[in-house]
Design a protein around this ligand. Sequence first.
Ligand SMILES: Nc1ncnc2c1ncn2[C@@H]1O[C@H](COP(=O)(O)OP(=O)(O)OP(=O)(O)O)[C@@H](O)[C@H]1O
Ligand SMILES: [Mg+2]
Length: 417
Amino acid sequence: MFDAADKTIARERETLISREARARTEAGSAQIAALVVQKLPLLQPWITCYHVAMLRAQVLPVLLLVLSFSQSWVVGLTLLVAGALIPLFMALVGMAAEDASKRQMTEIASMNDMVMDRISAMLDIRLLGAVDRSAADFEARANTLRERTMAVLRVAFLSSTVLELFSALGVAMVAVFVGFTLLGEIGFGSWGDGLTLGQGLFLLLIAPDYFQPLRDLATAWHDRAAGFAVVADLDELDAADRIGFVGQAEPCTPLAGPISVKSKGAVARVADSEVMVPDLSLSEGQSVALVGPSGAGKTTALAALAGLVPLASGDIEVNGQSLNEKTADAWRARLALVPQRPHFPDETLQDWLDPRGTGTDPTSALQMAAALNIVARLPDGLETRLGESGGGVSGGGGTATALGARYHDRCQPASCR
Ligand SMILES: Nc1ncnc2c1ncn2[C@@H]1O[C@H](COP(=O)(O)OP(=O)(O)OP(=O)(O)O)[C@@H](O)[C@H]1O
Ligand SMILES: [Mg+2]
């Protein structure tokens, strides 16, 4: 059972990560991280405990009820009434539990988004003197999360109190009935001439066991509520609109042939809008500068030429072939693409320029990129750490960009000038 739960969670996690990495939704990466790290594991108790508890609650109480009725109809009736009230209350409390769990899950996700957002804007926050305000925002959100977590706990305590009350009353009533019957004070409720000591003890022993599966089910009910909230999150993500790209992002052999790019009447599709890609025809050794006001579509045009956004119409030809699902991975394996906001793993320049650790001297590559002087000016030279925005190399992304961002860490970039 645990093995099956672990496998299910691992499968969901893998699907989620590979799908989100390939085609994004509007959900922030922190939201996805919360789902993968914090929420998916909540499926485990639901999968492992709930169904077993439900099965036991359906079989054992019925069996023990039949045995109780066979000894005494009063004991049977007492257990029946007390037992029947428990699922009723649990259903009522369960609805509130589900609602509270959903709200807690939403808060966890948006809290993570906020942390991510503030960390990435940390420098701006300090420069603008907004540290105190950010801290106050954090405090407010943390308090909301605390309140929502307490709401879940309140519901849990309430349901277990109701359950314990009914089971304690049920057991106590059985004990009183058995005791007084054995003393001869009660002369009804059992078949024949009262209860023998053996029958009385038997009834006393099975009464707590009658309630135990129901108590276990109540605990599992909360796991179910949390599990349902996670499944609702997963369903929402399944149904969300995705911004895909062309190809599979699989490692592959670079596209053969002399390098060339041609676009004709291409229109890129981004979210709900369409952006024109300028008609162009470039072959080896040629350069082109795309200029235009902000929002004109320069970044989108470059992304379309790399197959990173799909086309709504028109065609892009690369190395004489149409850029499509079949050729996009191989085409990108041929490219070194430097995006507007490059992202680097936080490693040294040397590791970055020699990702496979072959020990090749990068001097000639740096010379071709006119970056030898830049590296010479760095106090740690090739041992300088880039930092995730390339800021370790310069005040902005510019210099790191000049050094050439590695587009696909498993595909060797080639020059596309
Ligand atoms: N992911 C996206 N979702 C929605 N709209 C988008 C997305 N990416 C681009 N757009 C829209 O496409 C248009 C072109 O944007 P793009 O970023 O390509 O412009 P740009 O010329 O690179 O601008 P800048 O000079 O500011 O970098 C804009 O109207 C922008 O709002
Ligand atoms: Mg741009």
